[in-house]
Ligand binder design. Structure first.
Ligand code: S3P
Length: 449
């Protein structure tokens, strides 16, 4: 079997074009892959390290652009963070409430997690003024979901369109505790409020409609914060004022990055891949359940617990997939994996329906619209729903020009779709992959046979 031809070309504006040409007789994927560190855990390790007393050591930090944005912001706020050029990073914390007012605007780049979580920390620094912004994608994403609860706590925040869009200006205040019922299951909203509550005297509770990822809760506890979780009511309560102490954080591989290989291994005939050291926190494993429902052959091997997070190696072998319906409480547990799940659905028999996922419209791009348009361009049968996608599988894909819309997860999803397409697929603005997965295209080249 001859291998695919994969090449990347960088334009003068640093935009990158990825070209994948599949051999006429197809290809197969074989090998072992180690995905980079979990993005959500990486952000939190840097932030908690910065506001803790003493030193935090982070092993396995994601060296992608998003955590770099977090590191740059917290360095500007006074934390000492070692250079992000190895996966071992040291943070010298400056203690809760001790961040310094920076002399310039804080830039969160493309990262919603950086901006929303940081907002909670900044809003609770009385007497200090901060301004925060991001790239054009982040400046169009809704911030009122965190601004409103923070205002209920007494925060002073201003921004465009009724204080709902970055750039935002924050005048730090002594905040008061609240019980907030979040209308959306969002770990960013939940974490923002919990972080704001750390310096407040009393109990602050966040209740969400469905369980979102719980990395903040796990890591806050590890840093010494008193926190109670009620899974029945989906509530988390933090009692402040808290004291955080520097820790060693070991970051597992990101299941959201592993998802590309799981789907690739499942859909490309004759493939077998092992993705090593993947975080399998139950609030993140919706993708494993969805792929199991579709008949994917995925096994969890070497299951273990590393620094408070469950971890496993994931073995995937190609198999024939069937359609399924994905909706309801599982959605927050696979929200970032919907683009690659859509690719799996293109190769599954029958019609897959994904609903209750309107949140995808306000991610780094409108992921519902972009995936529907780009997969349709390749010949897939996809219907856009207000809150999801309807995909009828079985139509062969044909290589063509597609675009990431500068969204990392779209760039990688389209590259995986291209592995099962005839002819040449060109993914424009493919450099976006480096937001969460530097080295993705290199790994892709290595596993193709
Ligand atoms: C994240 C939470 C999710 C997810 C994002 C990372 C986090 O966003 O999509 O990639 O680290 O808390 P929402 O909280 O907006 O659902």
């Amino acid at each position: 079997m001859s291998a695919a031809v994969i090449s990347t070309e960088t334009q003068s504006n640093l935009s990158q074009t990825l070209t994948i040409q599949c051999p006429p007789n197809g290809l197969s994927l074989q090998g072992r892959i180690r995905v980079p560190g979990d993005k959500s855990i990486s952000h939190r390790a840097l932030m908690l390290g910065a506001i803790a007393q003493g030193e935090t050591t982070i092993q396995g930090l994601l060296l992608g652009e998003d955590p770099r944005s977090t590191a740059i912001c917290f360095q500007a706020l006074g934390a000492e963070i070692s250079e992000l050029n190895t996966e071992l990073v040291q943070v010298k914390g400056i203690g809760l409430g001790n961040l310094q007012e920076p002399g310039d605007v804080l830039n969160a780049g493309n990262s919603g997690t950086t901006l929303r979580l940081m907002l909670g920390i900044l809003a609770s620094h009385p007497g200090q003024f901060f301004s925060v912004t991001g790239d054009s994608s982040l400046r169009s994403r809704p911030m009122s979901r965190v601004v409103k609860p923070l205002q209920q706590m007494g925060a002073e925040i201003w921004g465009r369109q009724g204080n709902s869009l970055a750039p935002l200006a924050i005048q730090g205040q002594a905040l008061k505790p609240i019980h907030y019922h979040s209308p959306i299951a969002s770990a960013q909203v939940k974490s923002c409020i919990l972080l704001a509550a750390l310096s407040i005297e009393g109990r602050t509770t966040v209740t969400e409609p469905a369980l979102s990822r719980d990395h903040s809760e796990r890591m806050l506890r590890a840093f010494g914060v008193e926190l109670t979780v009620d899974p029945e009511t989906k509530s988390v309560t933090v009692t402040g004022p808290a004291q955080l102490y520097g820790q060693t954080v070991i970051v597992p591989g990101d299941i959201s990055s592993a998802a590309f290989w799981l789907v690739a291994g499942a859909i490309v005939p004759g493939s077998e891949l092992v993705v090593e050291n993947v975080g399998v926190n139950p609030t993140r494993t919706g993708i494993l359940e969805a792929l199991a429902l579709m008949g994917a052959d995925i096994q969890l091997e070497n299951q273990r617990e590393v620094a408070g997070e469950p971890v496993a190696d994931l073995r995937v072998r190609s198999s024939s997939l069937q359609s399924c319906t994905i909706a309801g409480d599982i959605i927050p547990r696979l929200i970032d994996e919907v683009p690659i799940l859509a690719v799996a659905a293109v190769f599954a028999a029958g019609t897959t329906v994904i609903r209750d996922a309107a949140e995808l419209r306000v991610k780094e791009s409108d992921r519902i619209a972009v995936m529907a348009q780009q997969l349709t361009k390749m010949g897939a049968k996809v219907t856009e729903l207000p809150d999801g996608l309807e995909i009828t599988g079985g139509t062969p894909l044909v290589g063509t020009d597609v675009d990431s819309y500068t969204d990392h997860r779209i760039a990688m999803s389209l590259a995986i779709a291209a592995l099962n397409a005839t002819g040449i697929t060109t993914v424009h603005r493919a450099e976006a992959a480096a937001i969460s997965y530097p080295g993705f295209f290199q790994s892709l080249t290595e596993i193709i046979h």
